[in-house]
Design a protein around this ligand. Structure first.
Ligand code: CA
Length: 250
């Protein structure tokens, strides 16, 4: 394993899990200790990742507004907002972002709390950078097992790579944004999203639009996808919240 990593193996997740138009997996390193932070960033870059740094949770949240990373490496002990709080906020606002926590030996309870708060994994300090890289790859593989594989739901087939949707085998014409919205919802089945969350995740944080925009797009998607757009089967309305992709009964 280590030998394989040392031989300069590039992350095999790169290119297969990425949202359209992005060349590399983007990772944000949130750590107040500058030497550790830049050490981690350099190691991530050497392993083919695009790495960004933030010295605090507050700085990280500002950075994320400009572009949501695929994964964050989050130190537990931060000045100001601590790692657990950052973890909770990230989970809440950006459910698709993977989180790996950095903890120190003896912080077992915090580690448990971190996982409860929705961290995907943790690495105990001091760590070998390749251990961190291996964990990152494992988390990415687990979270995006086949990001480009076909999503199927009650007669609907979504092809992320081809950016196509078929209903009962027939191609459905969608605009780019309609497709993005559909894909985001379908990748998070059973989870209710507010209009603002959908705007943030599909249109981007820098889009200053009316939340009603979401309703317009949902209506269009329903007309195109549902047998009866007034009693939708795929995109459910969650009263008081927003919308949810149905969870397929197994
Ligand atoms: Ca720290």
């Amino acid at each position: 394993m280590t030998e394989k990593l040392l031989s300069g193996e590039k992350p095999d997740v790169t290119g297969s899990i990425l949202p359209d138009g992005e060349a590399r997996v983007k990772i944000l390193v949130i750590e107040d200790e500058e030497p550790i932070r830049s050490f981690v960033r350099i190691n991530l870059e050497q392993n083919g990742f695009l790495a960004l740094e933030a010295a605090s949770g507050e700085e990280a949240l500002e950075l994320i507004k400009k572009g949501v990373p695929h994964l964050v490496v989050l130190d537990l002990k931060l000045p100001g907002m601590d790692g657990l709080e950052v973890c909770r906020l990230l989970r809440d606002r950006y459910p698709q972002v993977a989180i790996i926590m950095l903890t120190a030996r003896g912080q077992d309870m915090d580690r448990v709390k971190g996982l409860e708060m929705g961290a995907d994994d943790y690495v105990v300090k001091p760590f070998h950078p390749l251990e961190l890289v291996a964990r990152i790859k494992a988390v990415l593989r687990r979270l995006y097992p086949a990001r480009n594989s076909v999503l199927r739901c009650a007669g609907l087939e979504i092809y992320p790579e081809a950016r196509q949707v078929k209903k009962a085998g027939a191609l459905v014409e969608l605009t780019n944004r309609e497709f993005e919205l559909l894909l985001f919802l379908a990748r998070n089945p059973g989870r209710a999203f507010s209009r603002d969350e959908l705007l943030n995740n599909v249109w981007g944080e820098n889009y200053f639009g009316d939340p009603k925009t979401v309703d317009v797009y949902i209506r269009r998607l329903r007309v195109k996808l549902e047998d009866d757009s007034l009693s939708p089967r795929f995109i459910e309305t969650v009263w008081g919240t927003g919308y949810r992709w149905r969870r397929e009964e197994s």
